[in-house]
Design a protein around this ligand. Structure first.
Ligand SMILES: *[C@@H]1O[C@H](CO)[C@@H](O)[C@H](O)[C@H]1NC(C)=O
Ligand SMILES: *[C@@H]1O[C@H](CO)[C@@H](O)[C@H](O)[C@H]1NC(C)=O
Ligand SMILES: *[C@@H]1O[C@H](CO)[C@@H](O)[C@H](O)[C@H]1NC(C)=O
Ligand SMILES: *[C@@H]1O[C@H](CO)[C@@H](O)[C@H](O)[C@H]1NC(C)=O
Ligand SMILES: *[C@@H]1O[C@H](CO)[C@@H](O)[C@H](O)[C@H]1NC(C)=O
Ligand SMILES: *[C@@H]1O[C@H](CO)[C@@H](O)[C@H](O)[C@H]1NC(C)=O
Ligand SMILES: *[C@@H]1O[C@H](CO)[C@@H](O)[C@H](O)[C@H]1NC(C)=O
Ligand SMILES: *[C@@H]1O[C@H](CO)[C@@H](O)[C@H](O)[C@H]1NC(C)=O
Length: 207
């Protein structure tokens, strides 16, 4: 039996002419899809899931996604979970949309970001030095970014240390102007733990 993901890939190939982009996405050596949660014990972000919302990643905001009307409703992925793929130094969203959605670190504010649909190559930032390592002992995997002299990821709270928290690369020059609460001292470093997403493609496209 053909998988739903394969059927929806076929559907998109017939709906669009974006064949080279699809080939690019599907020919990369990539991990299985994975979800991420923050690990920072004794903090409000500990074991909270990290979700795609409005081009960036958040703790305390839901996954924002969309499925085009051309996909029969029963064939739309659930769209409620944020899952990524990583491989060959890059990372992308676990999405069906032709051309895919790349993950990058914004040149403007170091936010962990993803591209809008149909904007392949349009990211302003760093798309390399991402990786995902599966654990070997059945424990969690880990998503990481090692470019730009980053020391990992940080989650930065909204005004006065409240949720939602936005995810950034921990760059030496990350400043108050870059973060939602305007106070970079309130950001918390964390480990981005991964768990394999077992249910096919997680969303048609992320918004
Ligand atoms: C990681 O482990 C999961 C489940 O154990 C497996 O499905 C997946 O292919 C593995 N990923 C890599 C990159 O080895
Ligand atoms: C979405 O992000 C843009 C900039 O990236 C921002 O200007 C806008 O206010 C955000 N929208 C919401 C609803 O947060
Ligand atoms: C898995 O995906 C199917 C099809 O999109 C969906 O109906 C189901 O709710 C999903 N299950 C989980 C556990 O997310
Ligand atoms: C990319 O971001 C940098 C830093 O914010 C900015 O100076 C530059 O104009 C942006 N480039 C494009 C093509 O948007
Ligand atoms: C980042 O990636 C580039 C290109 O793949 C590589 O040359 C560089 O060594 C990497 N930097 C780090 C810090 O991993
Ligand atoms: C990383 O650090 C090295 C050594 O301090 C410096 O030469 C280099 O310019 C830095 N790279 C970036 C992207 O900040
Ligand atoms: C943040 O704290 C300041 C100073 O205590 C206060 O005036 C302001 O109302 C607070 N804002 C929120 C959103 O709680
Ligand atoms: C910024 O955050 C730090 C650490 O939570 C806190 O000690 C400091 O008072 C905050 N500064 C402002 C202006 O809120």
């Amino acid at each position: 039996m053909l998988s739903t993901a394969f059927l929806s890939l076929l559907l998109h190939l017939t709906l669009t002419t974006a064949l080279p982009a699809d080939l690019h996405l599907y020919s990369r050596q990539v991990s299985a899809p994975f979800t991420i949660i923050a690990a920072r014990s004794g903090s409000p972000i500990h074991l909270q899931s990290i979700n795609a919302n409005n081009g960036s990643f958040w703790i305390g905001k839901p996954t924002l996604s969309y499925c085009i009307p051309e996909v029969p409703p029963g064939d739309c992925p659930p769209g409620t979970t944020t899952a990524l793929l990583a491989g060959d130094g890059g990372a992308s969203m676990d999405a069906d949309v032709p051309g895919g959605q790349d993950v990058y670190i914004s040149a403007t504010n170091a936010a962990l970001s993803f591209t809008e649909p149909h904007t392949e190559g349009g990211e302003n930032g760093t798309t390399t030095n991402f990786s995902y390592t599966n654990s070997t002992d059945g424990g969690p995997g880990e998503f990481s970014f090692t470019g730009l002299n980053a020391t990992g990821f940080v989650a930065c709270p909204s005004l006065n240390g409240t949720a939602p928290w936005q995810i950034f690369a921990a760059l030496p020059n990350l400043g108050n102007k870059d973060v939602p609460g305007g106070n970079v001292s309130a950001c918390l470093g964390f480990d981005a733990l991964g768990d394999t997403y077992e249910n096919g493609t997680a969303a048609y496209q992320y918004e």
